[in-house]
Design a binder for this molecule. Sequence first.
Ligand SMILES: [Cu+2]
Length: 221
Amino acid sequence: MILNKTTLSLATGVLLSCALSTAHAATVIASVSEKGKAQLGNAVVYAFPVAGLTESEKNGGKQIIDQIDKEFVPHVSAIQTGTSVDFPNHDKIRHHVYSFSPAKSFEIPLYKGTPASPIKFEQPGVVKLGCNIHDWMAANVFITDTPYFGISDASGNVVLRDLPAGSYKIYVWHPQQTADTNSTAQQVVLKDVESQAVSFMVEKKKQWVPFRAPTSAASSY
Ligand SMILES: [Cu+2]
């Protein structure tokens, strides 16, 4: 190989980017589709190392679930166990956020603005959110111990980055999925620097959606 200035600077650049990012991490490129239909958004794809999580992989952080125009935004959130979530209300009216889900049961009684304390989610599982005032307001929080997760976009795509090399089980979860999420596991072996593609087919059950009255400028509740 003939070394010139360009190859040298390229090589230095590659070495630098390796040193700066998580060393030699792997990437998972997942594609989620709905059975018999098109690509599926709002699906959570998450990867667990078969060898188990290290202490440094158990984090939890901060997240926001907004209330805008009498809807929760986003409709589906994925967070790591131990994450604190703020529920700011950006409407001019009051909301009353609650969950009866075993993974986290709580309520924030009628309020405007941002509640003083966030809600901490300390158990993995699924939490369904509602508002006592507006029946159609609904959102889902998927809580998982692993830091390796993402939510599919409208094209069904999710990219999980910075996974250390090793064996993983990769799963999918969607709020209307018929299958138990544990049954969706696909085992893969991830190698340094490489990307690996996985695809999931989700079967959805029908969902009853409460009627939302047309928005009116005069509406005050
Ligand atoms: Cu509300």
